[in-house]
Design a protein around this ligand. Structure first.
Ligand code: SDX
Length: 430
């Protein structure tokens, strides 16, 4: 490949395609004019080799196990920063000054309440509805309550909608949990930080004062940082595609939540904990490793493998450390599921099947143990993922809407169906 072109040859014809370098990471071959030039499409159904957009927000090096938010390593942000600071960074591209951060925190804090009439929206669900079903419906309904921030052509309305989403997701998530467990809703409090406020809305009850444990709040905040953004994953791509038609941001985020729910994606944290519970004890691990390797068995090790990471997911390492901190703070000396998880990881990482396929634990492998220890039911795990990922979805949506070259996403296909044929009256059909 020459420095900025790639030659495509088909039969006796050839074409030069532009090659564009990234600031870091792989170059791209620009195929936007390929169909016009060659009459052919490219074919890449899982987008394993296809860049859907240009972005400056998050970068992953799957071989190195690197994750950067606007160039800052996730390890440093998780260690030294907090979630709202990472939100500002993802949205605006730079770490905030103290004044910028104070202003951002103030604006988010004063958008945490939802329209009082929305609380009646929840009562339409069955109490045993999965909280993710409630999230998809309720977040989509936000566009029915906040008409004054749905005009995406207005930068001010885009900013207000972005802040509203980030601010209201914890309130909605906590309400979904409270509705699920049959307890009264708890209003947000402006004197608590983002993570403490969320824990308070989830676990406070009217009968007594609820004191947030600062160690657990710090762990919750760090878990939000780890889940905030992750390049063009399935749910982010869903948000971008929905947004490319001009749909309002609340509807786009609801589409992202729906996609995240799948067990191959954000639903893996719930599935991983259920898997660890099903395995139950260390002596049953070999049976499940064998099943994961058996081509005829659909079983997969949930929380293992990743489309991009072919090395250890850096978030999983931080997650594992957080798990130990939370269990220690809660005085949980030996969690049998943690024992199973640690032994399963050790066995899998030394098994040639997993080594050859470069399968490592991902963020979902340890998160479930931590969230369960914090007091959340497994059905809430993906809700917490959606809460944290909202800033990533919004930042990516904002970048797309503000991109002057943006156009509606409309993939083509390899058609392998019937060629044109004439209608047959039913009397002549065999
Ligand atoms: C998230 O994209 C993101 O960034 C997502 C995410 C984010 O922050 O947004 O990181 C969050 O979704 C993490 C992933 C959570 N999902 C799981 O933990 C579910 C279990 N993992 C797998 O379903 C799978 O690893 C995927 C979906 C994560 C990745 O699938 P790919 O990239 O399509 O890879 P593949 O299915 O083609 O697998 C490659 C090979 C296959 O074997 P062969 O057909 O080549 O023989 O590896 C095998 C797979 O069978 N394999 C597994 C496995 N994952 C892949 N075998 C056993 N157990 C597994 N978990």
């Amino acid at each position: 490949m020459s420095d900025n072109t790639a030659k495509l040859t088909m039969g006796d014809k050839s074409w030069d395609l532009k090659v564009r370098p990234g600031s870091i990471g792989p170059d791209v071959v620009d195929i936007a004019s390929l169909y016009a030039q060659t009459g052919c499409f490219t074919y890449d159904p899982g987008f394993t080799s296809t860049a859907s957009c240009e972005s400056a927000i998050t970068y992953i090096d799957g071989d190195e196990g690197t994750l950067l938010y606007r160039g800052y390593p996730i390890e440093q942000l998780a260690e030294h920063g907090d979630f709202l600071e990472s939100c500002y960074l993802l949205l605006y591209g730079e770490l905030p000054t103290k004044a910028q951060k104070d202003d951002f925190v103030h604006r988010v804090t004063y958008h945490t309440m939802i329209h009082e009439q929305m609380s009646r929206f929840f009562t339409g669900f069955r109490r045993d509805a999965h909280p993710m079903a409630i999230m998809v419906g309720t977040v989509g309904a936000l566009s029915a309550f906040y008409h004054d921030s749905t005009d995406i052509s207005d930068p001010h309305q885009r900013m207000v909608a972005s802040l509203r989403m980030i601010a209201k997701m914890p309130t909605i998530a906590a309400m979904a949990y409270k509705y699920h467990v049959g307890q009264p809703f708890v209003y947000p409090r402006n004197d608590l930080d983002y993570a403490s406020n969320f824990l308070h809305m989830c676990f406070a009850v009217p009968c007594e004062e609820y004191k947030v444990n600062p160690v657990l709040a710090r762990a919750m905040d760090r878990i939000f940082i780890l889940h905030a953004d992750h390049e063009q994953n399935a749910s982010t791509s869903t948000v971008r595609l929905a947004g490319s038609s001009g749909a309002n941001p609340f509807a786009c985020i609801a589409a992202g939540i729906a996609c995240l729910w799948g067990p191959a994606h954000g639903g893996a944290n719930e599935a991983a904990l259920n898997m660890l519970s099903e395995i139950g004890s260390v002596d049953r691990i070999p049976e499940y490793i064998a099943r994961a390797k058996d081509k005829n068995d659909p079983f997969r090790l949930m929380g293992f493998g990743h489309r991009v990471y072919k090395n250890y997911d850096p978030r999983a390492r931080i997650m594992q450390k957080t798990t130990h901190e939370v269990l220690a703070e809660l005085g949980i000396r030996d969690d049998p599921l943690l024992d199973v998880a640690m032994e399963l990881e050790k066995i899998a990482l030394n098994d040639e099947y997993f080594i050859e396929k470069k399968l490592y634990p991902n963020i979902d492998f340890y998160s479930g143990i931590t969230l369960r220890a914090l007091g959340f039911p497994t059905t809430m795990f993906t809700v917490l993922f959606a809460l944290a990922r909202t800033v990533g979805w919004i930042a990516q949506w904002k970048e797309m809407v503000e991109d002057p070259s943006q156009k509606i996403g409309r993939p083509r296909q390899l058609y392998t169906g019937a060629a044109q044929r004439d209608y047959l009256p039913v009397s002549q059909r065999r």
